[in-house]
Design a protein around this ligand. Structure first.
Ligand SMILES: [Ca+2]
Ligand SMILES: [Ca+2]
Ligand SMILES: [Ca+2]
Length: 241
């Protein structure tokens, strides 16, 4: 009976410790608008609400599976997409042409987290799903930090970026990304930016969904050590019982 009680206590505490060490504990969502591309509620919204298309002509639309230029329903499900998603494929929206490069951005106000950011101990990660059906079409996702709430002025620090390159011929392949790290002191906004580039062909075949962002205090080494010692103490206790 005593053994059973202690074992249960040990297991539940271990689960809690594991959660503390792996999750951005005590984090908060940042105010990404329309990160799931459901806000407009229609196909072919260009640009999707909350996002700005800086391309020389329209290069980003909301999309649905099984359209010309887009991935199939099965591939969309496999990629983790649901409902509408972001597409770069012009034929899915009936556009006759599109430039070989595109850029979509959104600036997120981080001033609600300003006090914590200026402690120098905040980390920010943006997660999203993407897929591609053409190795000619590549991209870069980047985060840039600014001292203004609207993203104007000089960038603070170097930001973070991720190359988007499926490198798998014309097969549809999908990925989950988590991009980010330490937020520079003084930051009051972050820009999410997708740059696309097409080496060949007349259509860009990249698709995105489920942008979320989380800001959290970086666990201090001292507290990690304490949590580790706590776990060791419990293991020792368990062995003694
Ligand atoms: Ca969606
Ligand atoms: Ca469409
Ligand atoms: Ca293409």
């Amino acid at each position: 009976m005593i053994w059973a009680f202690n074992r249960k206590f040990f297991l539940s505490t271990s689960a809690l410790l594991a959660a503390l060490l792996t999750a951005p504990a005590f984090g908060a969502s940042i105010g990404i608008v329309n990160g799931d591309f459901e806000t407009d509620g229609v196909d072919n919204a260009a640009p999707p609400s909350g996002w700005t298309d800086n391309s020389s002509s329209t290069s980003f639309w909301t999309g649905v599976p099984d359209e010309g230029g887009n991935l199939s329903s099965g591939d969309a499900t496999a990629a983790g997409f649901s409902g509408f998603f972001l597409t770069t494929a012009r034929t899915s929206a009936g556009a006759g042409s599109q430039p070989s490069t595109g850029q979509l951005v959104q600036t997120v106000d981080l001033s609600p987290f300003g006090t914590d950011i200026d402690n120098g101990d905040q980390q920010l990660f943006v997660d999203f799903d993407w897929a591609s059906g053409d190795f000619n079409d590549t991209g870069v996702f980047s985060l840039s930090f600014f001292g203004t709430t609207d993203g104007s002025g000089a960038e603070l620090g170097a930001g973070f970026s991720e190359q988007l390159d499926d490198a798998d011929n014309f097969n549809v392949v999908s990925f989950h990304e988590s991009v980010g790290g330490l937020v520079p002191v003084g930051t009051r906004s972050v820009t999410l930016q997708i740059d696309t580039s097409r080496a060949s062909g007349s259509e860009t075949n990249l698709w995105f969904d489920n942008f979320t962002g989380d800001i959290a205090t970086i666990p201090e080494p001292a507290s990690l050590v304490l949590m580790g010692l706590g776990g060791l103490a419990m293991i020792a206790y368990r062995k003694r019982v």
